[in-house]
Ligand binder design. Sequence first.
Ligand SMILES: [Mg+2]
Length: 158
Amino acid sequence: MILKPDYNVKNVFEVNFDELKEQGIKVLIFDLDSTVMKSKAGVFSVDVLKMFDNLSKDFMLTIASNNKNIDYINKVRAQVNFPVIGHANKPSPAVIKSFLEENAIPPKDAAMIGDRPLTDILVGKLLGSTTVLVDSISKDEEPPLTRFVRRVERLSIR
Ligand SMILES: [Mg+2]
């Protein structure tokens, strides 16, 4: 019950960003893997980069990934002109909370957007931010076991 996201949509492109803006959201915190980048791809698609470009007119953008590989995170950083937080340690809110504090952003002004209830949605709830659950950006290409694990994890949001 606690993990029920505020919004639950098909993929990151289906998020109603206009509504988030109307709700007073000023900062978007995206999960990386499977949310805005295919798992382990290392590069953003043209469509995602275009989306970032459009969104940057209305929001401050951030990516918060649990990936601890600094080379991978630096490769991601090189492709965008906004902060990319590695080793975010979701669902613990500490790392993202410090980031928000450093930038004087009240958590209620932020929306956490991710594909995992037990990390992305939980950290958003713990922060007191708006939460948006998306399906994996590479859903149709994932192996059956991954899809099965996702279905089981999604039981936590009912
Ligand atoms: Mg993810």
